[in-house]
Design a protein around this ligand. Sequence first.
Ligand code: KIV
Ligand code: NA
Length: 279
Amino acid sequence: RKKVTIGTLRSMHRRGEPITMITAHDFPSAHVADAAGMDMVLVGDSLAMVALGMEDTSEIILEEMLLHCRSVARATKAAFTVGDLPMGSYEIAPQQALETAIRFIKDGRMQGIKLEGGREMAHTIEKITTAGIPVLGHVGLTPQRQNALGGFRVQGKTSLGAMKVLEDALAVQEAGCFAVVLEAVPAEVAAIVTQKLSIPTIGIGAGSGCSGQVLVQVDMTGNFPPGRFLPKFVKKYGDVWAESLKAIEAYRDEVKSREYPAPEHTYPIAKEELKLFEE
Ligand code: KIV
Ligand code: NA
């Protein structure tokens, strides 16, 4: 498979070919995403919760994100890689954001970065893109601001709210983003925003009218125990948790019953050698 570049993404968008994106948080999850033909792989800060068991994405720090980025980069041969700037690493000033973005490229081995926010982040985005670092915008529901938004709520449900989503998307486009994530926005609003933009929109909970889609890999592969809350927009395409559980339980049972390891799982030794050893 050929390496996906900004140019590849642009031509997909021009042709109206949907862009596929998924999160990865380590070597194996990136390897499988790349093998499955994903156009983009995102090291999302959602890994704080789904891979590290943190309560909140606000807990994760830059160094931790960079460790995961490097492991993802080692497995991603074709997909375009994007790292998510964690909360606290970019909001203070455009200078801080650029320094963080550079670390994602140099230390995290990413090809681009994502940051949350609309019009208020325009100067920051401009600072990063003019340094030659591709920026993926993220508007609508921005989980790092959940405390200010009053939780994980759909954005753009009123005409005023929809107008804000459009203005934010236009502002990050103007600032130089190569694409923008629209999260938890009514499908009709996301479709209109997509039509009004010249850059691709990557939807999550934003309907089929977007230029592409992104999902959290752990969610869509079903790699979590039963009973966990899933947002409405997630489609569970697999049951990785059940597969792993079945395999580990079978292993447990076979160890307890001494069925495993069988002779074919062991190494031979020549009879004479064994005899000498036993004496
Ligand atoms: O952190 C993440 O995984 C994300 C995507 C869901 C867009 O930001
Ligand atoms: Na994120």
